[in-house]
Design a protein around this ligand. Structure first.
Ligand code: TNX
Length: 527
């Protein structure tokens, strides 16, 4: 059944949804008639592409596509369109035009946002009229890397929720999920050759809150078997999202060394508090063999062209005090042990390049000298991104002051515990990732990414509270280059209602709901 509506039967609410899209497409024009997306629709186009459309639109609408001529739905391939670009025409019929599968998927996500909010649920409630308002939309992204980073090391997040998080990212036409899989407080990637990484390194005795003399006395942990991650990768791919894994080395390795102390200098359990610890890898040849084995298994699970090797916050104290490290450095012709990290990064860089992947690292990897053709994530400050671009590196902008969504969202004392610092949603609205970049270097700017470090995010609900609305706005920065600031508050309100209808625990613009407040317990705002 295909119900074509005339202009009188397109409800004003449906027409209004054209003004609530997030990210807002580059061109949106209303058309008179709309289309009721429900039941069985006659459809024409490449069978695989039609299956993609049906897969993305069916949950929440129940729509099924039957191949037929005289179609209500048509899917066209236009190879002249840019990567990820798409066009939508709705005027009694629905026509989607895309240059590639990503564009096709983005078109479907925009269509989902044009449906009633309940279309964000896994199944459509009976009796909801799923009207798509008439429109002509032309759209293409400004940046190729539109990422969300999630720290599953500090607090483990359950796999089923990761699937859902991927769906929410896809709704915003984000295309990278950067998974921070290892850190001092937990190792989450199951490595067959080194089972103790997860058996021992995958959990900690308890968690200590800052400023409190005692830990909470409750064990915390978890890890992802490789097949779980493969299924996450496959699900993300079906949503047009690349999962970029990070193994953070050669610092932030307390969990690794708790399991295999022979690769470090001194022995310590998995960390139960947060911060920067002195423990680093002792970079012997057998340590490198272990690292290569870990990465070999990682590459087998993650087909991503980019592999993140961490490289942040690596103190030099242990190397300076360690005669073995001194000998290793001089045997390798390195004048100072401080340069061991650069040597290690170079080694991993060559290894990953030989295996056909690109290295991504935090901006510290350039502190000791250039690392040609590594992708640099500029987190400490925009300035590090500018320097990396000047050296010819590609850059993902990740500056703390705009993209660290573990920081507070407002000065309100009721905000739940977060990292010190303030990143309001209006800060994201004001963010221009191209600021300060000379025109001839703009090509090196791959894109932007929002960060969800989880020291103080214990549950998926807490992650969602910190992610939205800020990540939704950053998605628009990635898509359009800047947030379209005019009318943003109303648009954001409508978009948050859309997320809320799908069960996302966003932060209302007016402030935390009662159960989202920090209160006086473990989520008390005190730093
Ligand atoms: C710095 S960003 C870190 C993380 C913390 C984060 C907290 C980076 C590469 N290192 O280890 O979780 O700050 O905001």
């Amino acid at each position: 059944m295909c119900l074509v509506t005339d202009q009188h039967s397109v409800p004003p609410a449906a027409r209004g949804r054209l003004a609530t899209l997030m990210p807002m497409p580059l061109l949106v024009e209303p058309r008179e008639r709309g289309l009721v997306l429900t039941g069985r629709l006659r459809a024409r186009g490449d069978a695989a592409w039609l299956r993609v459309v049906e897969d993305l639109l069916r949950p929440g609408t129940g729509v099924r596509l039957d191949r037929a001529d005289d179609p209500a739905v048509e899917v066209l391939h236009d190879p002249t369109l840019a990567a990820e670009a798409y066009r939508i025409d709705v005027d009694a019929h629905l026509r989607i035009t895309a240059g590639d599968l990503s564009g096709l998927r983005h078109a479907c996500q925009t269509l989902r946002q044009l449906l009633p909010d309940t279309a964000g649920l896994a199944a459509s409630p009976a009796g909801t009229a799923m009207v798509i308002p008439g429109c002509h939309i032309e759209d293409a992204p400004r940046f190729a890397w539109r990422g969300a980073h999630l720290d599953v090391a500090r607090h483990f997040m359950p796999l089923p929720w990761l699937f859902r998080f991927v769906d929410v990212l896809a709704l915003h036409r984000l295309n990278v999920l950067h998974l921070h899989l290892t850190d001092d407080q937990g190792w989450r990637f199951d490595v067959r050759a080194y089972p103790d990484l997860t058996r021992i390194g995958g959990w900690r005795r308890e968690t200590g809150n800052p400023g409190e003399p005692e830990g909470d006395g409750t064990p915390h942990g978890g890890y992802y078997p490789q097949d779980q991650l493969r299924s996450l990768v496959a699900h993300a791919a079906s949503r047009g999202i690349t999962v970029v894994p990070e193994i953070d080395l050669p610092g932030h390795v307390r969990a690794l060394l708790a399991a295999y102390p022979e690769f470090g200098i001194g022995r310590n359990p998995v960390a139960t508090t947060f911060g920067i610890f002195p423990e680093v890898l002792q970079l012997r040849n057998d340590t490198l063999t272990m690292v290569e084995q870990v990465f070999a298994e990682l590459l087998d699970v993650f087909p991503s062209p980019w592999i993140h090797i961490g490289g942040d916050e690596c103190p030099r104290g242990q190397w300076r005090d360690d005669p073995v490290s001194a000998r290793l450095a001089s045997a390798r012709g390195i004048s100072s042990v401080d340069d061991l990290q650069r040597w290690f990064t170079g080694h991993l860089h060559r290894w990953l390049t030989a295996h056909g992947r690109r290295v991504v690292g935090w901006d510290e990897i350039l502190d000791d000298g250039p690392v040609p053709d590594a992708v640099v994530m500029a987190w400490r400050d925009v300035r590090y991104g500018l320097e990396a671009l000047a050296q010819g590196n590609e850059v993902v902008m990740a500056p703390g002051q705009f993209t660290y969504f573990d920081r507070y969202q407002s000065p309100d004392p009721d905000e739940p515990l977060g990292q010190p610092g303030l990143v309001t949603w209006r800060d994201v609205v004001s963010y221009d990732p191209t600021a300060g970049i000379p025109a001839d270097r703009l090509g090196g700017l791959l894109g932007v990414q929002g960060h969800l470090w989880s020291e103080y995010l214990h549950t998926p609900q807490e992650v969602e509270y910190m992610a939205f609305p800020r990540l939704a706005l950053l998605a628009e920065v990635g898509w359009r280059g800047r947030v379209l600031a005019e009318g943003i508050e109303q648009r954001l309100d409508a978009h948050l209602a859309r997320l809320g209808a799908a069960g996302v625990e966003y932060r209302p613009l007016a402030g935390p709901r009662p159960w989202q407040r920090g209160g006086s317990g473990r989520r008390r705002r005190h730093i």
